[in-house]
Design a protein around this ligand. Structure first.
Ligand code: AKB
Length: 351
């Protein structure tokens, strides 16, 4: 107990300026911080969580990472490679029980109903997205945990400048998902300045990955296309050919999750949330890049009007200068590298 308390103090002070006197404490802090920080990932069975768990295990030690999900079959899958528990994040009692039992220091709250699904069930989207967030914030406040809850390019809307969208700008989304994300950003900043909770976040663009499939998002086409091309050689796209959106390859997204949370708090002028991006493309551009490696691939369009309208209201390209300046964000994957790596990974998976 005392050890746990001392570690928390170490963690909270991890960002002080290093000078000669502080040096031994700094090394001790860094050692303990990475050695014994207990991390809970809520909503761990989804697209991000499935790959965040092994990424965190490598950095902070396998035993220090707890994966939590709502569904028993997912918990069973997760438990094959990590410590895993069943948790409905909208149930505050069970959530705080797990925090106490595992002495959690840091929470990744990945619970979300995404943009397209959110439009089918707006009330449920609000209940789940905001319910999980509010519980996470209250718990973080009560138990002194740091909290990461991703925001999204979905937080922007039609009246936002679409090119080089600035960090601080108009945010009037017209989807329930976007409304939740803007509310979540405001609420997380409120808990930070009102109660001192260490809340941090990024606005994720579409995330392209080859682990678990995304579900219910507007940017999902940029993942689905790889599976369809490798499996059947053709793909029908629901997004208009010239609709630009920002994207990140998963390895960059994972680094964003840990680098922001490990960043020196004294350097953060913003907290909730930072623009981050690695590439911006339209379906037409992505498909011509795929064609360089699979010349026989065929593409056609059957536009989904809901997804098309959402894509149209989102930025074409983000300006992520603040993330670069305040915590050293720098993506490593571009379109060409990502396409080659995705094709290789999906071919291997399908084989
Ligand atoms: C979605 O398309 O809803 C998500 C997102 C960009 O937040 N992938």
């Amino acid at each position: 107990m005392i050890f746990h308390f001392l570690l928390k103090i170490c963690n909270q002070n991890a960002g002080f300026t290093i000078n000669f006197i502080h040096l031994p404490t700094f090394f001790l802090t860094a050692f303990f911080k990475h050695k014994d920080m207990k991390i809970l990932v809520v909503g761990a069975g989804g697209q991000i969580g499935t790959e965040l768990i092994p990424h965190l295990q490598k950095t902070y030690g396998e035993d220090n990472i707890i994966a939590a999900d709502l569904k028993s079959d997912i918990v069973e899958r997760l438990s094959k490679s990590s410590r895993a528990v069943m948790l409905d994040a909208t149930d505050a009692g069970s959530y705080s029980g797990i925090i106490r039992e595992h002495r959690i220091d840091r929470i990744y709250n990945l619970v979300a109903l995404l943009s397209a699904t959110g439009e089918k069930n707006p009330q449920i989207a609000w209940k789940i997205n905001m319910g999980a967030l509010l519980n996470s914030l209250e718990i973080a406040k009560e138990y002194g945990c740091a909290l990461f809850t991703p925001s999204s390019i979905g937080a922007f809307g039609e009246s936002t400048p679409h090119n080089k969208t600035p960090q601080d700008t108009v945010m009037r989304p017209n989807t329930m998902y976007g409304v939740c994300k803007v509310s979540g950003e405001l609420l997380s900043d409120y808990y930070n300045h009102r109660f001192g909770v260490d809340t941090r976040s990024v606005r994720f663009p579409g995330i392209i990955s080859n682990g678990a499939l995304p579900g219910g998002g507007t940017t999902d086409y940029a993942v689905e296309v790889f599976y369809e091309i490798v499996k059947n050689g053709n793909f029908t796209c629901p997004i208009p050919e010239n609709s630009f959106m920002d994207m990140l390859y998963m390895p960059d997204a994972l680094r964003a999750c840990t680098e922001l949370m490990d960043a020196d708090p004294a350097k953060l002028k913003h907290r909730n949330s930072f623009n981050v991006t690695a590439m911006s493309f339209s379906p037409e551009i992505l498909f011509s890049e795929i064609k360089k490696h699979v010349p026989e691939a065929e593409f056609k369009y059957e536009i989904d009007p809901v997804k098309a309208a959402i894509a149209d209201s989102w930025p074409d390209s983000l300006d992520d200068a603040c993330a670069r300046e305040e915590w050293g964000w720098k993506p490593e994957w571009d379109l060409s590298g990502m396409v080659q790596d995705m094709l290789k990974a999906i071919r291997l998976k399908m084989a």
